[in-house]
Each structure stands twice: as structure tokens, then as C-alpha cells.
Design a protein around this ligand. Sequence first.
Ligand code: 13P
Length: 283
Amino acid sequence: MLVTGRELLQDAHKNNYAVGAFNVNNMEIVQAIIEAAEEMNSPVILQASQGGLKYAGVEYIAALGKLAAEKAKVPVVLHLDHGTDFDQVMLCIRNGFSSVMIDGSRFDLEGNIEITKKVIEVAHAVGVSVEAELGKIGGTEDHITVDAKDATFTDPDEAKRFVDETNVDYLAIAVGTAHGVYKGEPKLDFDRIKTIKGMLNMPLVLHGSSGVPDEAIKKAVANGINKINIDTDLRIAFADGIKQFLKENPDNIDPRKILTPAKDGMKEAVKEKMVLFGSVGRA
Ligand code: 13P
């Protein structure tokens, strides 16, 4: 069943758990995530980045996501990850996404509020939930890169003003994670998560969550994170499945045979994340 992000994340917020938001680019990835969610009886968010939309096309991603949601025995959100321009966000809404992110973090506070409000006015009118980002999360998510020196943590007072003025449904905060593979161990600012949660009393989002130690993820959830974005760890699981299979079967040319272990590996990785995030049995 396709549901809005607001509906799904309000439950996570009230009951102190987090829902995994996993990046999708093709059919096998969608199937791996949905099968994992069904086996774990967990709600789930399928999200497409701009790179994903460019790779597969918005119509394909939307059709795959909607079909998967319709057939699934668990609630599913189809979400746009890091929408950066108004027109593209509108295109996703028109294609049936039930949640969109408008990432105005490259603008100053006023500019971020302005573009977020513009998106929310339309999205809320048609029942689509909205995520925004405040502060700057470092690293690279597809073609969007933020240098470590430009990454800035979310200021709690600014976050309060941002939410009051925009009426955003859930907020991505910058607290020490970065997109992509980490060079060292990330240091999360748990107190900042707690402070922001206390001031906003709403669902909070953690980006760049691959490679973050399990204990840190658990603590982030305990302090108020309700949506956890995972891309890199799933890419690794998928690629490992392909590499291993081709190592053992170098002459195999059947895409179905090559992609099945990739899908299975990814499914296991998703299930592990669902256990970690506390979303098992919450569907
Ligand atoms: P990772 O690739 O680090 O898991 O980050 C994913 C993400 O935050 C997508 O928005």
C-alpha cells in the first residue's frame, strides 16, 4: 500500500523508531527492498535520487515504485531524495510520488525557507509530504557534492524558525554524517539531535547513514531520528553479489543469474538495517 511519508514517519516519531529509506535505481533493487520489508513486517521508504531518476527515468521509477507499493503487504512510501529544483519536484509529484525532498541547503536560511515553502504549498495541496534539509551534509550523493570544509551542523534555533515558517513534515539535519564511504569513523553530535528533537517535536532524518557504526545508529534513533537514508551500503551488497558470482561463474552470461545473488545480498543488508532501526513488526 502506498502511503505518505507523514503518515509513516509520525508513527515512527510517536513510537521512537526509525524507518529505512533505501535508494532505488532498477527493478531488482525495488524487489530486494520490498521482499525484505515484507519478511520483516516493516514499513519502508523507496527513494530515488536525481542520479536514479536520470538513470532509469522518472516514469520507470514511479511505475516500479507504485506497483511495488500496490502489491506490498506493508506500507510503502515513494520518495524523491534530494530534489534540488522546483520543476523536478513537481514532475515527481505528478508521477505519483507520495513524498518529496526539497534540498535548499545550498541557499542561505531565507532562500532555503523560500524554496521549501514554495514546494510545500503545492505538495500539501495534493497530499504529498515534504522533507527539507537544514545545515549542510558533507560527501557525495550522486552528482551533489558538499566538501567537508563546507559541511555545517544544523543550528537548533534556525531549525525551529525554519519549521515554524515552512510547516515542513520532516527535517534532515546535519549532525556529523556524510554521504558515501567514510575515510575515518564518523562522529555524531547526539546532543544536537536531542536538542533539536526537543525543540521541534517532529520526525528527523539522518542522511549519509551507510558505514555509521551500529551503536551510533541506535543512539541516533534513541535521541530522535526517525528516517534513515541508506544508499552506499546497499550498493556494496549488490556489487559484492555480482563480483562473487562472476568470480565463481566467469563464463555465465545470463543477467538473471548474475543479478539474483546481488538482489539476495541486498535483501539481507536491508533486513539487517530494519532490525537496527527498530522498524521490524511496525507495518
Ligand atoms: P549513504 O550513501 O551514505 O548511505 O547516504 C545515503 C543518503 O543519505 C541519501 O540521501
